[in-house]
Design a protein around this ligand. Structure first.
Ligand SMILES: CCCCCCCCCCCCC/C=C/C(=O)SCCNC(=O)CCNC(=O)[C@H](O)C(C)(C)COP(=O)(O)OP(=O)(O)OC[C@H]1O[C@@H](n2cnc3c(N)ncnc32)[C@H](O)[C@@H]1OP(=O)(O)O
Length: 721
C-alpha cells in the first residue's frame, strides 16, 4: 500500500497506493511508518519525497475506519506525522490531485509542499462532523495565520493550488510533473537546516484584537451551523492554537475530537458522505442499473419555457458547455428572459472565475427551433393541459430519438410520455429553484422509461454540478410527496393552538434552514391554492360546519385557502403567515392579525386552543413525513433510504448533521417512531398519514436494523407483494 524507491541517486520516494483516493487506512499508515524509517536510516538518501499514485496525493483518513473505534488499528496518525516533521532529512510533499483532511495534515508535517497547478487542498473534516485532529488545527494557523485558518477549517472548503500558494500553504506550484519537480526540489534542499521548516515550532502570527475576532467568528459560526457542533469545536481548536503552546494545543485538539468522534452528528454527516455516493449508483425496479446502462453523448439541448425555472435551467445547461436552444413563445417573457439569462451567466462567471457561456445559447420564439437537438427540457407553466400540448408538438417536431424531459414538480410523467411517439424517451427532471444554484435534481422515470435515458440524464445532472437522484413516478415524486403530510401537520397544529412562529421556531431549532410557514411565504401560498382548486378541494370562505375540515373522508385544513382569499400570498404580497415591510421583502415578522384570524377561525369551528410543545411539533411534522418516506420505500419509488435522505438534505433544507429523515428515524429508534405514530394516529383517526406504514412495522419486527440494512427487509416486503 506504499511503495518505496530511491530516485536521482539520493531521494527516497514514498508513493501512497490505496485506491480510490490513497486514503490513510491502517495498512497505508504502516507503510508510511516503515518507508520513512527506511529512508531516514539509509545513508545514501539525503532527502525524501512523499506522493500518491494515480494523480492523487491523499484523500485523508479512511472514513470507513471511523465507523467504530475497533476499526482504528494500526499506527496512529499523530506520532507518524510528528516523526516526519522531526526527521533530520528534508521531506517534501508532492501534491497532485488533492490533499484533504489527514492528507493535508500529513503534508503539513512535511518540511516543504509542492502542488500541481490543478490540485486542490483543504481540511474538510468539519463536513464529516470532526475537526482536523492530526495536528491540522494547530499547524495550519501557525503556517497561514489565524483568520485564513479559521476560514478553511470551519467551512472545510477546498482551495486551489494558486490560493494555497498565496496563503503560504504550499511553497511552489508546478505546471507539469509534480513528482519530478518535488524530486528536483528535494535535491536542492538536501543538507539544509530544517529548524525553520517545522511548523509545530512556529509561533502563531499575532492577531490584533484576538478576543474580538474569535467572538465575531464564533457568533457567525453559531448562526450558520444551525445546531451543528463541529464548526464550533473547530473555532475552539484554532483558538487553542492561537493562545497555547503547541503541546497544550494538541491536547485541546484531542479533547475536542474525543467529543466529536463518537457523536451522532459525526455519524450522520459521515452517512451523508457515503449516501451521496450511493445515490449515484442508481437502479430501477426493472433491474436496470448505473453500471449496465450506457447513455449517449448530448451535444445540443433545448429548454422550452423561459419563466423562472426555464431561465435557471438554461444557465445550468450553458455552464456545462452545451449548445442550448432556449424557446419562449410569449414576446414579453422572451425579451425579459434573454436579459435575465445573460445577467445570471455574468454573475455565475464572476463567482466561479470561469469564462462566460453566452455564445452557446440561441434564443427562439418557435418550437421548430428544437428540431435537431438531442435532448429537450420542458419548463412551461405547471398545467397538465399545456404540458400535454407541448409534448405532442415536441414529438412531432423533434428528430427521432430525441430525449424529452419535463421539469414538473408534481404532474404525472407517464401521462406526458403517453402524448409522444416514443414514451420510453421521456423522463422527469425535477429541478429546484433557483435551478442554476440548487444542487438537487430528482430524475423521475416511468415504467416505460429507457435505462439509456436515465443514464443520460444522471450524467447530465453530474455535469451541471447537481446531486441527481433517480426516483419512480408518483404524485410529488419523493420530495414533494413527503412534504405534504409534514405541511398538513403544521396546518393542523395551527388549528389546535400553535402559531406560525412557534412551529417555525421548533423546526429551525431542529436545524431546518426555514420553518414550514416561512417556506410557504417564500414560495407563495397561491401556488398550492391553485392546485387545490383544480382538485376541487377549495370551498369559498373555507366552508362551514363539520365538513369544512374534512375532504374525501380525511382531515383537511382550509387555513391556507382562507389566507389566499384575503390576498395573503406570502412575501410577494408583503403579507402571508408573517408580515413583511413591503412586497418582495424577506424579513419575516409576526403579524398580530394572525392572532385574531386564528382565534376567529377556532371559534367558528368550535376548536379550543391548547398548548403545543416543541416536541409535539417535531414528532407530528417529522414523523408524518418519515412515515410517508417508508411508504415511498415500500412502493419502490425510491431505491433506498439514502435516496430519500439525499433529496431532503440537498433540496429541502433538512439539516445535514441529522443525516436526512430516514437516518434520523433510525437514530431516534424505529420503535419510538412507531410508538409515537400509533399514539398520534389513535388521537387523530381522521389523519391516515399518521397510521404507521407496514414497512416501518416490519423493520421494527425485524429488530430495527441499521439504515444500511433496510434494503434487505424492503426486498422481502416487495417479494411478498
Ligand atoms: C473517545 C474517542 C476518541 C477518538 C479519538 C480518535 C482520534 C483519531 C485521530 C485521527 C485524526 C484524523 C484526522 C483526519 C481526518 C480525516 O482525514 S477525515 C477525511 C477527510 N477527507 C475528506 O473529507 C475527503 C473526502 N473525499 C472527497 O472529498 C472526495 O472523495 C475527493 C477526495 C475530493 C475525490 O472526489 P471524486 O474524485 O469526486 O471521487 P468520489 O466519488 O468523491 O470518491 C471516490 C471514492 O473514494 C471514496 N473516498 C473518498 N474519500 C475517502 C476517504 N477519505 N476515506 C474513504 N473513502 C473515501 C468514496 O467513498 C468513493 O468511493 P465509493 O463510495 O465506493 O464510490
Amino acid at each position: 500500500m506504499t511503495q518505496y524507491s530511491r530516485v536521482s541517486g539520493s531521494v527516497g520516494l514514498i508513493t501512497l497506493k490505496n485506491p480510490p483516493v490513497n486514503q490513510l487506512s491502517a495498512v497505508v499508515r504502516h507503510g508510511i511508518v516503515d518507508t520513512v524509517q527506511k529512508a531516514l536510516s539509509d545513508p545514501k538518501v539525503k532527502s525524501v519525497v512523499i506522493c500518491g499514485q494515480n494523480g492523487m496525493f491523499c484523500g485523508g483518513a479512511d472514513i470507513k475506519e471511523f465507523q467504530t473505534l475497533a476499526n482504528m488499528r494500526g499506527p496512529p496518525l499523530i506520532p507518524m506525522i510528528h516523526s516526519i516533521e522531526a526527521a533530520d532529512k528534508p521531506v517534501v510533499a508532492a501534491i497532485e490531485g488533492g490533499a484533504f483532511g489527514g492528507g493535508l495534515e500529513l503534508a503539513l508535517g512535511c518540511h516543504y509542499r509542492i502542488a500541481h497547478s490543478k490540485a486542490k487542498v483543504g481540511l474538510p473534516e468539519v463536513t464529516l462532523g470532526l475537526l482536523p485532529a492530526a495536528g491540522g488545527s494547530q499547524r495550519l494557523p501557525r503556517l497561514i495565520g489565524v483568520p485564513a485558518a479559521l476560514s478553511l477549517i470551519t467551512t472545510g472548503r477546498h482551495i486551489t493550488a494558486a490560493e494555497a500558494l498565496q496563503l503560504g500553504l504550499v511553497d511552489q506550484v508546478a505546471d507539469h510533473n509534480t513528482v519530478d519537480a518535488a524530486v528536483k526540489f528535494a535535491l536542492s534542499v538536501a543538507g539544509q537546516s530544517l529548524d525553520a521548516r517545522r511548523i509545530s515550532n512556529f509561533q502563531c502570527p499575532p492577531v490584533p484584537n484576538m478576543d474580538a475576532l474569535f467572538e465575531d467568528v464564533m457568533q457567525k459560526v453559531r448562526t450558520t451551523a444551525r445546531g451543528a457542533i463541529a464548526p464550533i469545536a473547530c473555532v475552539q481548536a484554532v483558538r487553542a492554537a492561537a493562545t497555547l503552546p503547541y503541546t497544550q494545543g494538541m491536547q485541546r485538539e484531542k479533547e475536542l475530537m474525543a467529543t466529536l468522534f463518537t457523536s451522532g452528528q459525526a455519524r450522520a454527516l459521515q452517512y451523508c458522505f457515503f449516501a451521496q455516493r450511493v445515490v449515484g449508483r442508481w437502479s430501477m425496479p426493472s433491474g436496470a442499473r448505473w453500471d449496465t446502462s450506457k447513455g449517449r453523448p448530448i451535444h445540443k439541448a433545448a429548454v422550452i419555457g423561459l419563466g423562472t425555472m426555464g431561465r435557471g435551467i438554461t444557465v445550468a445547461l450553458a455552464q456545462t458547455g452545451l449548445s442550448v436552444v432556449a424557446v419562449e413563445t410569449q414576446e414579453k417573457q422572451f425579451m425579459e428572459a434573454k436579459k435575465a439569462v445573460s445577467n445570471m451567466l455574468e454573475r455565475g462567471a464572476k463567482r466561479s472565475g470561469k469564462p462566460l457561456a453566452h455564445g452557446k445559447i440561441t434564443y427562439s420564439q418557435s418550437l421548430q427551433a428544437v428540431a435537431d437537438v438531442d435532448l429537450v427540457i420542458e419548463a412551461v407553466f405547471e398545467d397538465m393541459g399545456l404540458k400535454k400540448k407541448v409534448f405532442q408538438q415536441l414529438s412531432a417536431v423533434c428528430k427521432p430519438g430525441t430525449f424529452l424531459c419535463t421539469n414538473t414538480s408534481t404532474l404525472d410523467v407517464d401521462e406526458l410520455a403517453s402524448q409522444t411517439h416514443q414514451p420510453e424517451l421521456v423522463v422527469g427532471m425535477h429541478f429546484f429553484a433557483p435551478a442554476h444554484i440548487m444542487k438537487l435534481l430528482e430524475v423521475v422515470y416511468g415504467p416505460r422509461s429507457s435505462p439509456e435515458l436515465v443514464a443520460v440524464v444522471m450524467e447530465l445532472g453530474k455535469k451541471m454540478g447537481k446531486v441527481s437522484v433517480a426516483v419512480g413516478n408518483c404524485r410529488g415524486f419523493v420530495g414533494n410527496r413527503m412534504l405534504k403530510p409534514y405541511r398538513d401537520q403544521a396546518y393542523f397544529l395551527l388549528e389546535e393552538g400553535a402559531t406560525p412562529q412557534l412551529i417555525d421556531q421548533a423546526l429551525e431549532e431542529f436545524g431546518f434552514a426555514m420553518g414550514a410557514f416561512k417556506v410557504s411565504d417564500l414560495s407563495g401560498l397561491d401556488v398550492g391554492w391553485k392546485v387545490r382548486k383544480e382538485e376541487g378541494l377549495v370551498q369559498p370562505g373555507g366552508g362551514s360546519g363539520k365538513s369544512a375540515r374534512i375532504r374525501n373522508g380525511v382531515r383537511y385544513s382550509p387555513l391556507g385557502d382562507l389566507m389566499c382569499e384575503q390576498g395573503r400570498f406570502g412575501q410577494k404580497t408583503g403579507r402571508g403567515w408573517y408580515q413583511y415591510d413591503k412586497p418582495g421583502s424577506r424579513d419575516a415578522r409576526p403579524d398580530p392579525w394572525m392572532h385574531s384570524f386564528l382565534e376567529e377561525y377556532r371559534a367558528r369551528h368550535g376548536l379550543v386552543a391548547r398548548r403545543i410543545s416543541n416536541q409535539e411539533v417535531l414528532e407530528r411534522c417529522l414523523y408524518a413525513m418519515i412515515n410517508e418516506g417508508f411508504r415511498v420505500l415500500e412502493d419502490g419509488i425510491a431505491a433506498g433510504p439514502e435516496d430519500i435522505d439525499i433529496i431532503y438534505v440537498f433540496g429541502y433544507g433538512w439539516p445535514r448533521h441529522r443525516g436526512g429523515p430516514m437516518f434520523y428515524a433510525n437514530m431516534v429508534g424505529l420503535e419510538i417512531v412507531l410508538e409515537r405514530l400509533e399514539h398520534y394516529a389513535q388521537a387523530n383517526p381522521d389523519m391516515p398519514t399518521l397510521q404507521p406504514c407496514s414497512l416501518l412495522r416490519k423493520l421494527v419486527a425485524s429488530g430495527s436494523p441499521p439504515v444500511n440494512k433496510w434494503k434487505e427487509v424492503i426486498k422481502n416486503v416487495r417479494s411478498q407483494l
